[in-house]
Design a protein. Structure first.
Length: 283
């Protein structure tokens, strides 16, 4: 599905059955497609749609390449489908500047239709990826021109997480996820502490970064981040803040929850150690 991908030594292949098992403990799971003419890469949207239809609790996010001539009509058609509730792009992996005039119609479509736009790059940058287009600060102008547009920046904007934190703190409809960071505990601890200290932890969404980590593994890793600071004077993220990231109803936050899909959080008096995996929504 992803041709000529170069992103390190980790095995990035997984079957639909593997994904279904890995996501079993999540109430709802967003399944992201990807398409890049620049990288000759494609996770087909029809494949995503078939998978979503066959597996309860799965929600499709269609991959769109704004460098293709017919992408606007394609985006409209995909958003008309029951299986999809948002779109995903990657300026770094599709070789375009986020404020390129070609992509402006996409922002307009997503803003008008209240469809969240996922900005991908994260921690898995292939050799041909254009890092200069991955900087979160480049999305500032987009958010200013389209204030109603909901955006989710992958991996908190890694490696420019400081810019990602500033961006989500500045714009009400811009969020970030932790996918890609959680399996790197030292980095995750550092950036989540900063997010908490800058009062933007409520803009952080949970994500597992499958196939590198399962939902259950990501939850466990988040709750163990405090171990990094044990025996030191380093600050830690309060456990209730980590819990809020795990339990946050991403569908409601992103404005794409349908009737009956609201996430029911566990009772407040429940001990965190007793939190079951199925209580967590996933992005």
């Amino acid at each position: 599905l992803w041709i000529e991908r170069q992103s390190g030594k980790a095995d990035a292949t997984a079957s639909p059955a593997d994904h279904a098992v890995a996501a079993a403990c999540a109430d709802k799971t967003l399944v992201l497609g990807f398409r890049s003419r620049y990288l000759n890469a494609d996770v087909p949207n029809d494949f995503i749609a078939d998978y979503v239809r066959q597996n309860e609790g799965m929600i499709g996010i269609a991959g769109i390449d704004p460098t293709e001539d017919d992408y606007v009509s394609t985006a409209q058609r995909l958003l008309d489908r029951q299986e999809f509730r948002g779109l995903a792009i990657s300026p770094a992996l599709q070789n375009f500047h986020p404020t390129d005039s070609r992509v402006m119609p996409l922002y307009e479509v997503c803003s008008r239709r209240k469809a969240p736009l996922f900005i991908l790059a994260g921690t898995h940058m292939p050799t041909l990826g254009r890092m200069e287009y991955a900087r979160p600060m480049l999305l500032d102008q987009v958010a200013l021109e389209y204030p109603e547009l909901t955006m989710v920046v992958s991996s908190m904007g890694h490696p420019w997480v400081d810019e990602g934190i500033a961006l989500i703190g500045k714009h009400p409809r811009v969020f970030a996820d932790v996918a890609g960071l959680i399996r790197r505990p030292l980095a995750a601890h550092h950036w989540l502490v900063l997010a908490w200290q800058f009062d933007v932890a409520d803009k952080i969404l949970f994500g597992s970064d499958f196939p590198y980590l399962t939902a259950a593994g990501a939850i466990e890793s988040l709750y163990r981040l405090h171990e990094i600071a044990q025996g030191t004077n380093l600050p830690t993220v309060p456990r209730e803040v980590l819990r809020s990231i795990i339990e946050r109803d991403a569908l409601e936050v992103l404005g794409i929850a349908r009737p009956g899909e609201q996430h029911a959080a566990p009772p407040a008096e429940m001990d965190d150690d007793d939190l079951e995996c199925e209580d967590a929504p996933e992005v």
